[in-house]
Design a protein around this ligand. Structure first.
Ligand SMILES: [Zn+2]
Length: 260
């Protein structure tokens, strides 16, 4: 990658990091951002934010260059532990150039309640994001099952909710990944308002099929020579969280109440 391009990525990562903080989508040291520096066919090499800094304070000289083994090749700070999620995303999606992770509060509200965002319910969002917003069940950070689930989900979508954790969005560049994050947070807010007004009315399956016929927008800017993988047919269209013990207890209590 040429120096000019790397310099513009450095500017973009800092600007996007500050935007995540300004919008209230991160608190404390939450969130992390990365962009790939390798050309197609080369080993992965990422430009990323360091750990333990507010995303509102990130400066260009704090950024790290990190390899696939999480070794810091450039920069003085330490790499964040969630880098494994970023690496899994880039391995799963050779077409993407950028990964964002943050904790937007309305998305996280759904993520901690164990409720999927009831997408699709707005036509334009289907065109922009496709028909599914996958939710990945909670696993402790570093659990290989979490990385596998994320990689699977990214075959179907460019945005993935991590239950009891946050949101990951990917894109060709920072603008695309940030706009995707903005849209998911916006949908979560709308869904919450709709809940208070009696509930979300979903789009019909016919409408969703028609709206998503062209497929989700490709990575922008496109990565030369790297195509997005075809969506896998053997994966479920939406993730349904397994019932928790509390869900089962509530269902049993409800049934007993009815038969009393
Ligand atoms: Zn996180």
């Amino acid at each position: 990658m040429d120096t000019y391009h790397e310099e513009s990525l450095r500017r973009d990562i800092v600007r996007t990091s500050h935007a995540l903080h300004a919008r209230g989508w991160v608190a404390n040291h939450d969130g992390n951002l990365s962009a790939r520096l390798d050309e197609p066919g080369e080993p992965l090499r990422l430009l990323c934010t360091p750990t333990a800094v507010s995303k509102g304070d990130v400066r260009p000289e704090w950024l790290l260059v990190v390899d696939e083994e999480r070794r810091v090749l450039q920069g003085r700070r330490r790499v964040f532990s969630e880098i494994a999620l970023h690496l899994a995303a880039y391995r799963a999606r050779p077409d993407i150039g950028v990964v964002l992770h943050a904790h937007p509060p309305h998305v996280c509200g759904f993520a901690v309640a164990g409720r999927p965002i009831p997408h699709p319910f707005m036509a334009e969002a289907v065109v922009s994001l496709g028909p599914t917003i996958p939710h990945v069940p909670f696993r402790r950070p570093g659990d290989p099952a979490l990385l596998d689930a994320l990689a699977d989900a990214l075959q179907r979508a460019d945005v993935v909710v991590l239950e009891q954790h946050g949101l990951i969005t990917v894109g060709g560049g920072f603008e695309q990944a940030l706009l995707r994050m903005e849209l998911v947070e916006h949908l979560a807010r709308i869904a919450l308002v709709a809940e208070q007004l009696g509930g979300v009315r979903r789009l019909s399956a016919d409408d969703v099929a028609a709206l998503s016929r062209k497929g989700r927008p490709p990575s922008d800017p496109p990565r030369p020579g790297a195509e997005r993988p075809e969506p896998r047919k053997d994966l479920p269209a939406t993730h349904v969280s397994p019932a928790t013990r509390a869900d089962v207890r509530a269902a049993v209590e409800e049934a007993l109440r009815r038969f009393r």
